[in-house]
Write a protein that binds this ligand. Structure first.
Ligand SMILES: Nc1ncnc2c1ncn2[C@@H]1O[C@H](COP(=O)(O)OP(=O)(O)OP(=O)(O)O)[C@@H](O)[C@H]1O
Ligand SMILES: [Mg+2]
Length: 347
Protein backbone atom coordinates (compact mmCIF):
# COMPACT_ATOMS: atom_id res chain seq x y z
CA UNK A 1 0.00 0.00 0.00
CA UNK A 2 1.23 3.48 -0.78
CA UNK A 3 0.37 6.97 0.39
CA UNK A 4 0.20 9.71 -2.23
CA UNK A 5 0.73 13.37 -1.49
CA UNK A 6 0.36 16.30 -3.86
CA UNK A 7 1.62 19.61 -2.51
CA UNK A 8 1.17 22.95 -4.26
CA UNK A 9 1.16 21.19 -7.64
CA UNK A 10 0.88 23.56 -10.59
CA UNK A 11 0.83 22.97 -14.33
CA UNK A 12 0.22 25.27 -17.29
CA UNK A 13 -0.08 24.61 -20.98
CA UNK A 14 1.09 27.81 -22.69
CA UNK A 15 -0.68 30.66 -20.94
CA UNK A 16 -3.47 28.46 -19.57
CA UNK A 17 -3.08 27.58 -15.88
CA UNK A 18 -4.57 24.12 -15.65
CA UNK A 19 -3.56 22.98 -12.14
CA UNK A 20 -3.44 25.87 -9.69
CA UNK A 21 -1.67 24.61 -6.60
CA UNK A 22 -3.20 21.24 -5.83
CA UNK A 23 -2.88 19.97 -2.24
CA UNK A 24 -4.24 16.47 -1.77
CA UNK A 25 -3.32 13.51 0.39
CA UNK A 26 -4.48 10.01 -0.43
CA UNK A 27 -4.17 7.42 2.33
CA UNK A 28 -2.59 4.02 1.82
CA UNK A 29 -5.15 1.64 0.32
CA UNK A 30 -7.73 4.39 -0.15
CA UNK A 31 -10.13 4.59 -3.10
CA UNK A 32 -10.28 8.29 -3.97
CA UNK A 33 -12.72 9.47 -6.62
CA UNK A 34 -11.88 12.63 -8.53
CA UNK A 35 -14.79 14.50 -10.11
CA UNK A 36 -15.23 17.84 -11.83
CA UNK A 37 -16.49 19.42 -15.05
CA UNK A 38 -14.87 18.66 -18.40
CA UNK A 39 -11.54 20.47 -18.79
CA UNK A 40 -10.99 21.13 -15.07
CA UNK A 41 -7.69 19.22 -15.01
CA UNK A 42 -8.57 15.70 -13.81
CA UNK A 43 -6.62 13.81 -16.48
CA UNK A 44 -3.75 16.27 -16.19
CA UNK A 45 -3.52 15.62 -12.45
CA UNK A 46 -3.41 11.84 -12.98
CA UNK A 47 -0.84 12.24 -15.74
CA UNK A 48 1.49 14.26 -13.51
CA UNK A 49 1.30 11.48 -10.91
CA UNK A 50 2.00 8.83 -13.55
CA UNK A 51 4.93 10.89 -14.86
CA UNK A 52 3.41 11.56 -18.28
CA UNK A 53 3.42 15.32 -17.65
CA UNK A 54 6.00 17.27 -15.66
CA UNK A 55 4.91 19.76 -13.01
CA UNK A 56 5.81 23.45 -13.26
CA UNK A 57 5.83 23.74 -9.46
CA UNK A 58 5.08 21.66 -6.40
CA UNK A 59 5.86 18.15 -5.28
CA UNK A 60 4.36 14.70 -5.53
CA UNK A 61 5.35 12.10 -2.96
CA UNK A 62 4.64 8.39 -2.90
CA UNK A 63 5.23 6.83 0.50
CA UNK A 64 6.90 10.04 1.59
CA UNK A 65 9.44 10.02 -1.25
CA UNK A 66 9.44 12.83 -3.81
CA UNK A 67 8.94 11.33 -7.28
CA UNK A 68 8.95 14.47 -9.46
CA UNK A 69 12.12 13.33 -11.20
CA UNK A 70 11.43 9.61 -11.23
CA UNK A 71 10.91 8.11 -14.70
CA UNK A 72 7.32 6.96 -15.36
CA UNK A 73 8.34 3.28 -15.63
CA UNK A 74 10.07 3.47 -12.24
CA UNK A 75 7.03 4.89 -10.41
CA UNK A 76 5.30 1.52 -10.19
CA UNK A 77 1.93 2.97 -11.17
CA UNK A 78 -0.63 1.35 -13.46
CA UNK A 79 -3.05 3.59 -15.33
CA UNK A 80 -6.23 2.98 -17.29
CA UNK A 81 -6.56 5.76 -19.84
CA UNK A 82 -9.66 7.46 -21.16
CA UNK A 83 -8.50 6.16 -24.57
CA UNK A 84 -7.58 2.54 -23.98
CA UNK A 85 -4.07 2.71 -25.44
CA UNK A 86 -3.89 -1.05 -26.08
CA UNK A 87 -1.00 -2.49 -28.09
CA UNK A 88 -2.64 -3.14 -31.49
CA UNK A 89 -0.32 -5.97 -32.56
CA UNK A 90 -0.78 -7.97 -29.34
CA UNK A 91 -3.63 -10.29 -28.42
CA UNK A 92 -5.83 -9.58 -25.43
CA UNK A 93 -3.84 -12.08 -23.39
CA UNK A 94 -0.51 -10.50 -24.40
CA UNK A 95 -1.84 -7.02 -23.70
CA UNK A 96 -2.96 -8.04 -20.24
CA UNK A 97 0.22 -9.93 -19.45
CA UNK A 98 2.67 -7.42 -20.90
CA UNK A 99 3.35 -5.50 -17.69
CA UNK A 100 3.80 -8.75 -15.80
CA UNK A 101 6.28 -10.02 -18.40
CA UNK A 102 8.30 -6.82 -17.96
CA UNK A 103 8.27 -7.46 -14.22
CA UNK A 104 9.87 -10.83 -14.97
CA UNK A 105 7.03 -13.03 -13.77
CA UNK A 106 7.01 -16.70 -14.83
CA UNK A 107 4.68 -17.38 -17.75
CA UNK A 108 2.59 -19.82 -15.68
CA UNK A 109 1.98 -17.09 -13.08
CA UNK A 110 1.16 -14.57 -15.85
CA UNK A 111 -1.41 -16.96 -17.41
CA UNK A 112 -2.97 -17.55 -14.01
CA UNK A 113 -3.39 -13.85 -13.23
CA UNK A 114 -4.62 -13.00 -16.73
CA UNK A 115 -7.19 -15.79 -16.47
CA UNK A 116 -8.39 -14.62 -13.02
CA UNK A 117 -8.78 -10.99 -14.02
CA UNK A 118 -10.19 -12.00 -17.43
CA UNK A 119 -12.91 -14.07 -15.74
CA UNK A 120 -13.79 -11.21 -13.42
CA UNK A 121 -14.06 -8.74 -16.30
CA UNK A 122 -15.82 -11.26 -18.54
CA UNK A 123 -13.22 -11.16 -21.30
CA UNK A 124 -11.72 -14.66 -20.98
CA UNK A 125 -13.36 -15.87 -24.24
CA UNK A 126 -11.57 -13.01 -26.06
CA UNK A 127 -8.00 -13.72 -24.98
CA UNK A 128 -6.72 -14.66 -28.45
CA UNK A 129 -8.22 -11.65 -30.27
CA UNK A 130 -6.47 -8.43 -31.17
CA UNK A 131 -7.84 -5.01 -30.11
CA UNK A 132 -9.23 -4.21 -33.58
CA UNK A 133 -11.45 -7.30 -33.30
CA UNK A 134 -13.11 -6.00 -30.12
CA UNK A 135 -15.98 -3.62 -29.39
CA UNK A 136 -15.26 -0.38 -27.53
CA UNK A 137 -16.60 -1.81 -24.29
CA UNK A 138 -14.48 -4.95 -24.64
CA UNK A 139 -11.35 -2.88 -25.29
CA UNK A 140 -12.10 -0.86 -22.22
CA UNK A 141 -12.28 -4.01 -20.11
CA UNK A 142 -8.98 -5.26 -21.55
CA UNK A 143 -7.37 -1.95 -20.59
CA UNK A 144 -8.79 -2.36 -17.09
CA UNK A 145 -7.53 -5.93 -16.92
CA UNK A 146 -4.05 -4.93 -18.03
CA UNK A 147 -3.79 -2.37 -15.23
CA UNK A 148 -5.34 -4.54 -12.52
CA UNK A 149 -3.25 -7.63 -13.36
CA UNK A 150 -0.05 -5.81 -12.43
CA UNK A 151 -1.12 -5.37 -8.80
CA UNK A 152 0.94 -2.19 -8.47
CA UNK A 153 0.77 -0.18 -5.22
CA UNK A 154 -0.94 2.68 -7.11
CA UNK A 155 -3.59 2.31 -9.83
CA UNK A 156 -5.09 5.29 -11.67
CA UNK A 157 -8.35 5.13 -13.59
CA UNK A 158 -9.45 7.81 -16.03
CA UNK A 159 -13.16 7.29 -16.71
CA UNK A 160 -12.64 3.57 -17.27
CA UNK A 161 -16.31 2.63 -17.64
CA UNK A 162 -17.57 5.44 -19.85
CA UNK A 163 -17.94 3.26 -22.97
CA UNK A 164 -19.92 0.48 -21.35
CA UNK A 165 -23.69 0.10 -21.43
CA UNK A 166 -25.57 0.87 -18.22
CA UNK A 167 -25.92 -2.75 -17.14
CA UNK A 168 -22.25 -3.65 -17.62
CA UNK A 169 -21.22 -0.41 -16.01
CA UNK A 170 -23.06 -1.24 -12.81
CA UNK A 171 -21.55 -4.73 -12.84
CA UNK A 172 -17.99 -3.46 -13.44
CA UNK A 173 -18.40 -0.83 -10.74
CA UNK A 174 -19.01 -3.59 -8.23
CA UNK A 175 -16.15 -5.72 -9.61
CA UNK A 176 -13.63 -2.89 -9.38
CA UNK A 177 -14.77 -2.16 -5.84
CA UNK A 178 -14.43 -5.84 -4.96
CA UNK A 179 -10.96 -5.93 -6.51
CA UNK A 180 -10.05 -2.90 -4.46
CA UNK A 181 -11.22 -4.51 -1.24
CA UNK A 182 -9.12 -7.59 -1.96
CA UNK A 183 -6.07 -5.67 -3.12
CA UNK A 184 -3.47 -3.56 -1.42
CA UNK A 185 -3.47 -0.86 -4.08
CA UNK A 186 -4.21 2.81 -3.54
CA UNK A 187 -6.59 3.87 -6.28
CA UNK A 188 -7.51 7.24 -7.79
CA UNK A 189 -10.55 7.07 -10.04
CA UNK A 190 -11.84 9.83 -12.33
CA UNK A 191 -15.50 9.74 -13.30
CA UNK A 192 -18.39 11.89 -14.49
CA UNK A 193 -20.88 9.43 -13.10
CA UNK A 194 -22.61 10.45 -9.86
CA UNK A 195 -23.39 6.88 -8.88
CA UNK A 196 -19.81 5.76 -9.43
CA UNK A 197 -18.51 8.68 -7.39
CA UNK A 198 -20.72 8.13 -4.37
CA UNK A 199 -20.82 4.33 -4.41
CA UNK A 200 -17.14 3.65 -5.09
CA UNK A 201 -15.28 6.42 -3.30
CA UNK A 202 -13.94 6.17 0.23
CA UNK A 203 -13.62 9.91 -0.35
CA UNK A 204 -14.48 12.22 -3.23
CA UNK A 205 -12.35 15.18 -4.32
CA UNK A 206 -14.20 17.83 -6.33
CA UNK A 207 -12.01 19.74 -8.77
CA UNK A 208 -13.02 22.94 -10.55
CA UNK A 209 -10.81 25.08 -12.80
CA UNK A 210 -7.64 23.45 -11.48
CA UNK A 211 -8.54 23.96 -7.82
CA UNK A 212 -9.74 21.35 -5.32
CA UNK A 213 -13.00 22.73 -3.94
CA UNK A 214 -13.77 20.03 -1.36
CA UNK A 215 -12.53 16.62 -0.27
CA UNK A 216 -14.68 14.40 1.88
CA UNK A 217 -16.58 11.15 2.23
CA UNK A 218 -19.53 10.79 -0.15
CA UNK A 219 -21.84 11.46 2.81
CA UNK A 220 -20.00 14.68 3.73
CA UNK A 221 -19.96 15.95 0.17
CA UNK A 222 -23.65 15.13 -0.33
CA UNK A 223 -24.95 16.44 3.00
CA UNK A 224 -22.43 19.18 3.78
CA UNK A 225 -21.41 20.72 0.45
CA UNK A 226 -19.13 23.72 0.96
CA UNK A 227 -20.66 25.78 -1.81
CA UNK A 228 -23.35 25.91 -4.49
CA UNK A 229 -21.06 24.47 -7.15
CA UNK A 230 -20.44 21.29 -5.14
CA UNK A 231 -24.07 21.12 -4.07
CA UNK A 232 -25.23 21.17 -7.68
CA UNK A 233 -22.42 18.99 -9.04
CA UNK A 234 -22.99 16.05 -6.68
CA UNK A 235 -26.49 14.63 -6.65
CA UNK A 236 -28.82 13.71 -9.49
CA UNK A 237 -31.29 15.24 -10.15
CA UNK A 238 -29.60 18.39 -8.96
CA UNK A 239 -30.30 20.29 -5.77
CA UNK A 240 -32.99 22.98 -6.16
CA UNK A 241 -31.96 26.58 -5.50
CA UNK A 242 -34.70 28.93 -4.36
CA UNK A 243 -34.41 32.68 -3.87
CA UNK A 244 -36.60 35.52 -2.74
CA UNK A 245 -39.49 35.40 -0.34
CA UNK A 246 -39.21 31.67 0.38
CA UNK A 247 -35.85 32.37 2.08
CA UNK A 248 -37.47 34.84 4.49
CA UNK A 249 -39.75 32.07 5.78
CA UNK A 250 -36.75 30.30 7.29
CA UNK A 251 -36.24 30.72 11.05
CA UNK A 252 -32.44 30.79 10.82
CA UNK A 253 -30.69 33.98 11.98
CA UNK A 254 -28.46 33.82 8.88
CA UNK A 255 -31.53 33.88 6.63
CA UNK A 256 -32.45 37.47 7.41
CA UNK A 257 -29.86 39.04 5.13
CA UNK A 258 -30.26 39.84 1.46
CA UNK A 259 -28.93 37.77 -1.41
CA UNK A 260 -29.35 34.30 -0.11
CA UNK A 261 -30.32 31.06 -1.74
CA UNK A 262 -32.09 28.12 -0.14
CA UNK A 263 -30.86 24.73 -1.34
CA UNK A 264 -33.10 21.67 -1.10
CA UNK A 265 -32.53 18.30 -2.74
CA UNK A 266 -35.51 16.94 -4.75
CA UNK A 267 -36.15 14.13 -2.24
CA UNK A 268 -36.34 16.53 0.71
CA UNK A 269 -39.57 18.34 -0.12
CA UNK A 270 -42.57 16.80 1.64
CA UNK A 271 -46.25 17.37 1.14
CA UNK A 272 -47.53 19.33 4.15
CA UNK A 273 -50.44 17.44 5.65
CA UNK A 274 -50.89 20.09 8.38
CA UNK A 275 -48.65 18.77 11.12
CA UNK A 276 -45.17 20.28 11.34
CA UNK A 277 -42.33 18.63 13.26
CA UNK A 278 -40.07 20.80 15.41
CA UNK A 279 -37.50 21.08 12.59
CA UNK A 280 -40.04 21.52 9.80
CA UNK A 281 -41.11 24.69 8.00
CA UNK A 282 -44.07 25.21 5.65
CA UNK A 283 -43.02 26.73 2.32
CA UNK A 284 -46.38 27.48 0.69
CA UNK A 285 -48.06 26.05 -2.36
CA UNK A 286 -46.23 24.21 -5.12
CA UNK A 287 -47.84 24.11 -8.55
CA UNK A 288 -47.43 20.84 -10.46
CA UNK A 289 -46.67 21.13 -14.16
CA UNK A 290 -45.68 17.58 -15.03
CA UNK A 291 -45.12 14.29 -13.26
CA UNK A 292 -42.69 11.59 -14.36
CA UNK A 293 -43.09 8.03 -13.17
CA UNK A 294 -39.69 6.72 -12.00
CA UNK A 295 -41.04 3.31 -11.05
CA UNK A 296 -41.11 3.33 -7.25
CA UNK A 297 -41.22 7.13 -7.08
CA UNK A 298 -42.46 10.10 -9.06
CA UNK A 299 -40.55 13.17 -10.08
CA UNK A 300 -42.65 16.31 -10.17
CA UNK A 301 -41.72 19.35 -12.22
CA UNK A 302 -43.39 22.55 -11.15
CA UNK A 303 -42.88 25.85 -9.37
CA UNK A 304 -42.99 27.51 -5.97
CA UNK A 305 -43.16 31.30 -5.66
CA UNK A 306 -42.53 31.47 -9.40
CA UNK A 307 -39.32 29.43 -9.24
CA UNK A 308 -38.82 26.09 -10.98
CA UNK A 309 -38.57 23.16 -8.56
CA UNK A 310 -38.08 19.45 -9.12
CA UNK A 311 -39.20 17.19 -6.31
CA UNK A 312 -39.26 13.44 -5.84
CA UNK A 313 -42.11 11.85 -3.96
CA UNK A 314 -42.85 8.30 -2.84
CA UNK A 315 -46.58 9.05 -3.19
CA UNK A 316 -48.52 6.78 -5.54
CA UNK A 317 -51.20 9.46 -6.07
CA UNK A 318 -51.78 10.71 -9.58
CA UNK A 319 -50.84 14.37 -9.92
CA UNK A 320 -52.44 16.62 -12.49
CA UNK A 321 -51.15 19.73 -14.23
CA UNK A 322 -51.98 22.87 -12.27
CA UNK A 323 -52.58 20.96 -9.02
CA UNK A 324 -51.46 22.83 -5.88
CA UNK A 325 -49.50 20.99 -3.19
CA UNK A 326 -48.65 22.58 0.16
CA UNK A 327 -44.95 21.87 0.77
CA UNK A 328 -42.77 21.61 3.83
CA UNK A 329 -39.09 20.94 4.40
CA UNK A 330 -37.02 19.53 7.21
CA UNK A 331 -34.55 22.30 8.14
CA UNK A 332 -31.83 19.78 9.00
CA UNK A 333 -31.85 18.76 5.32
CA UNK A 334 -31.84 22.27 3.85
CA UNK A 335 -28.91 24.53 2.97
CA UNK A 336 -28.42 28.27 2.85
CA UNK A 337 -25.94 29.75 0.41
CA UNK A 338 -24.59 33.24 -0.10
CA UNK A 339 -25.74 34.16 -3.59
CA UNK A 340 -22.59 36.14 -4.43
CA UNK A 341 -19.86 33.83 -3.10
CA UNK A 342 -21.83 30.58 -3.30
CA UNK A 343 -20.56 29.65 0.21
CA UNK A 344 -22.70 27.40 2.37
CA UNK A 345 -23.52 29.61 5.37
CA UNK A 346 -24.63 26.90 7.74
CA UNK A 347 -21.61 24.60 7.97
N1 LIG B 1 -0.95 18.63 -23.86
C1 LIG B 1 -1.77 19.66 -23.75
N2 LIG B 1 -1.52 20.83 -24.36
C2 LIG B 1 -2.35 21.89 -24.23
N3 LIG B 1 -3.46 21.90 -23.49
C3 LIG B 1 -3.76 20.77 -22.85
C4 LIG B 1 -2.96 19.59 -22.93
N4 LIG B 1 -3.53 18.63 -22.17
C5 LIG B 1 -4.64 19.18 -21.64
N5 LIG B 1 -4.79 20.46 -22.03
C6 LIG B 1 -5.86 21.38 -21.61
O1 LIG B 1 -5.91 21.38 -20.20
C7 LIG B 1 -7.23 21.44 -19.74
C8 LIG B 1 -7.49 20.30 -18.77
O2 LIG B 1 -7.46 19.09 -19.50
P1 LIG B 1 -7.75 17.70 -18.82
O3 LIG B 1 -7.60 16.67 -19.87
O4 LIG B 1 -6.92 17.56 -17.60
O5 LIG B 1 -9.28 17.88 -18.41
P2 LIG B 1 -10.28 16.82 -17.74
O6 LIG B 1 -10.71 17.39 -16.44
O7 LIG B 1 -9.66 15.49 -17.74
O8 LIG B 1 -11.51 16.89 -18.75
P3 LIG B 1 -12.47 15.70 -19.31
O9 LIG B 1 -13.48 15.45 -18.22
O10 LIG B 1 -13.10 16.31 -20.51
O11 LIG B 1 -11.63 14.50 -19.61
C9 LIG B 1 -8.12 21.45 -20.96
O12 LIG B 1 -8.50 22.77 -21.23
C10 LIG B 1 -7.23 20.90 -22.06
O13 LIG B 1 -7.60 21.42 -23.29
MG1 LIG C 1 -10.03 13.73 -18.79
Amino acid sequence: MATIEFSKCAKSFGSANILKGIDLEVAAGEFLVLVGPSGCGKSTLLRTLAGLETLDAGEIKIDGKVINNTEPQDRNIAMVFQSYALYPHMTVEENMGFGLKLQGLASSEISKRVKEIGDLLQISPLLTRRPKELSGGQRQRVALGRALARQTPVILFDEPLSNLDAHLRTQMRVEIKRLHQNSKSTMIYVTHDQMEATTMGDRIAVLKDGVIEQVGTPTEIYHRPKNMFIASFIGSPEMNFIEGKTVSKLPWPEAQKADQVLGVRPENFKINNGSLGSQEVALGDYTVELSENLGGQQMLHGHLDGQPIRMITDSIDKFSTGQKLPLKIDLTKAHLFDKKTGENQRL
